[in-house]
Design a protein around this ligand. Structure first.
Ligand SMILES: NC(=O)c1ccc[n+]([C@@H]2O[C@H](COP(=O)([O-])OP(=O)(O)OC[C@H]3O[C@@H](n4cnc5c(N)ncnc54)[C@H](OP(=O)(O)O)[C@@H]3O)[C@@H](O)[C@H]2O)c1
Length: 337
């Protein structure tokens, strides 16, 4: 196993590799995935020194947790012992795969956790968080239930996901919060105004997802790419024809900077998030070993003030065309109120 640079998840959370692996795309939302390649990618991540694996119980309705279970069971003991799991819960699904809301009632929280522990094959979850706030349940009750799971030893740390500054403060008043998981990338910068400062004031870290804007700013996406049915991107505003064209123009501007530095567009995009603060840990959604290797290369990219200014000029804050989620899903984002 290699040692990667590490970062702390807030003032009360664990020390984790500076880049985490988001496993969602191995089970859901980006079309068919290859099980053997997914397991090999998790093994390669652990071998490379990644210690943080992010999942959700609703990613493939348990599929993703079972996949992680298999990957950890078949990994060398040293890698398995260092791996930390970050699990989201709360999303309600239909048999057909639809999403029907969120359940953050204390009894539901404990029920979700019991099933996750069973599927993961572990005796504890390292960071546990509700994916979206349940509008019918005060955040204090949901977080209070996770705090009881911490007390019982089933969970190590409390996380948050896609919540705004007020909710962060209310949650942190109940119990220590390690990190907020939220979308943050060159194209999604809305956390900079209030949310990031609130996290910093309270000693809460950030696990940033969508750092490649779902592959849009990876340098590998193209206007003519056909998306399979059910792929999140086929519904995402940023991937719709005219928006996609404008967003890919931003990628071309970024590509010029990447080429000058002798690195890839994805590496510049991930390195930019890494450079926003040592309290931010990017989660990369690599589904294949070659993508993982590329993502890890971002750790070697140094961005000085001149490079950061050039990136800002190429992709100014607020330049993304289209919202980051379709309107019905934006409505669930406490972070966007
Ligand atoms: N809390 C939340 O609400 C929330 C929401 C969404 C996700 N998440 C978590 O965050 C993780 C990351 O999110 P994400 O997968 O949507 O974001 P992402 O990392 O921005 O996008 C991943 C996609 O980018 C493409 N890609 C191209 N080059 C890549 C490279 N070098 N490395 C990695 N990916 C590359 C991949 O597709 P191709 O290989 O097909 O090009 C992959 O499917 C998820 O796995 C999940 O654990 C959390």
């Amino acid at each position: 196993m290699t040692a990667l640079p590490t970062r702390a998840l807030g003032s009360t959370g664990p020390q984790v590799s500076a880049i985490g692996l988001g496993c969602m795309g191995m089970s859901a939302l980006y079309g068919e995935s290859d099980r053997a390649e997914s397991i090999a990618t998790i093994h390669a991540a652990l071998e490379a020194g990644i210690t943080l694996l992010d999942t959700g119980d609703f990613y493939g309705m348990g599929h993703n947790e079972l996949l992680i279970n298999e990957a950890l069971r078949t990994a060398p003991a040293t890698a398995r012992e260092q791996a930390l799991t970050s699990v989201k819960f709360g999303a309600l699904r239909t048999v057909e795969g639809g999403f029907t809301g969120y359940d953050g009632r204390p009894a539901a929280v404990k029920n979700f956790a019991a099933y996750s522990l069973q599927r993961l094959g572990t005796d504890h979850i390292d960071v546990y968080r509700i994916a979206r706030v349940d509008p019918d349940v005060p955040i204090e009750e949901t977080v209070g239930a996770i705090a009881e799971l911490v007390e019982a030893g089933h969970v190590r740390h409390i996380g948050l996901s896609e919540v705004g500054a007020d909710t962060i403060r209310r949650a942190a008043a109940v119990a220590p919060v390690s990190d907020l998981q939220i979308e943050y990338s060159l194209l999604s910068r809305s956390i900079e105004a209030e949310i990031l400062p609130a996290c910093r004031e309270l000693g809460i870290g950030v696990t940033a997802y969508g750092v490649l804007s779902r592959g849009l700013i990876s340098g590998h996406f193209s206007q003519d790419r056909e998306l399979p049915p059910g792929d999140f991107r086929s519904m995402s505003p940023r991937f719709q024809a005219e928006n996609l064209r404008r967003n890919l123009d931003l990628v071309e501007a970024l590509r010029k900077i990447a080429e000058q530095k002798g690195v890839t567009v994805a590496q510049i995009a991930i390195a930019w998030v890494l450079a926003r603060g040592t309290d931010i840990v990017p989660l990369v959604g690599a589904r294949r070993r070659d993508r993982l290797t590329e993502a890890l290369g971002a750790l070697d990219v140094q961005l000085d003030a001149v490079a950061l200014a050039a990136i800002e000029e190429a992709v100014p804050a607020g330049s993304a065309a289209g919202d980051r989620y379709p309107a019905d899903q934006m409505a669930h984002l406490d972070s966007e109120r």
